[in-house]
Structure formats: C-alpha cells, structure tokens
Design a protein around this ligand. Structure first.
Ligand SMILES: [Zn+2]
Length: 123
C-alpha cells in the first residue's frame, strides 16, 4: 500500500505525546489504513530516560505491518542518528522525528535511508 499522507489528528496526538514525555524520548510505530497514517502504537518499554540515548530494538514489535515510525529528539536536533537509520530500515517507509517545543512545525519526516521527505497532512 502506497502511503498518501498522515491524518492531522494523528500528527497532533504524536506531538502531544512528545510534549508530555519531554525531556524523555518516545517511540511509536505508525499504522496506516487505506494509505493514510491514522494510528500508532507506543512501543513498549521505549520511553527512555534522557541518559539512555536511543532505544532497545528488542522491545520493538517487529513483524507487524507498519507504515513507519515516530520518535522524539528532546535535544531538538531534527535529523536521524546512526542508530535511527538502522532502526528505520526495519520498520516501514516513513519516519517522523519530533522535537521541542513540539509545535505545528517542529517535526520532520524521513525515508528509510534518512533522506528528508515530505508527506501530506490530511485534514
Ligand atoms: Zn532518533
């Protein structure tokens, strides 16, 4: 299924989660319905402390059909780390990174290989 966009409500909820977890990081797995990202699952055990950068692959629900991922960078750097790139390759096509202050424009979306891309926000 080609991904056509992300639902505004889903994006707003992800921003709210980022804000509520700050300064900790969150990781979520995105799900699509008919090509639109509408839902996500917070990955269990992946809300980590500021001190433990990154997240544990062993905790990710691999094998589920996912459209991509979303996570936060509480340090505000909206680009993928090396660890992120390894993770992206294993979990879908579109990967969102959120950062403080988690406002409307405080996110980026990347392809599996870490190149910035765009995805339509569907109202
Ligand atoms: Zn990251």
């Amino acid at each position: 299924m080609e991904i056509r966009g992300i639902r505004r409500e889903c994006l707003d909820t992800l921003r709210a989660v980022g804000k509520s977890q700050h300064p900790n990081e969150f990781v979520a797995v995105l799900r699509e319905t008919d090509g639109i990202i509408e839902e996500f699952d917070l990955a269990p055990g992946t809300v980590v402390t500021q001190q433990s950068a990154g997240f544990s692959m062993s905790m990710m629900p691999l094998g589920i059909r996912s459209a991509g991922s979303a996570h936060s960078h509480p340090n505000g750097v909206l680009s993928p780390s090396n660890a992120d790139l390894q993770f992206f390759g294993r979990l879908g096509k579109y990967h969102f990174i959120f950062g403080p202050p988690y406002g409307k424009d405080d996110w980026r979306v990347f392809r599996r290989d870490g190149t910035p891309t765009e995805l339509e926000v569907i109202e």
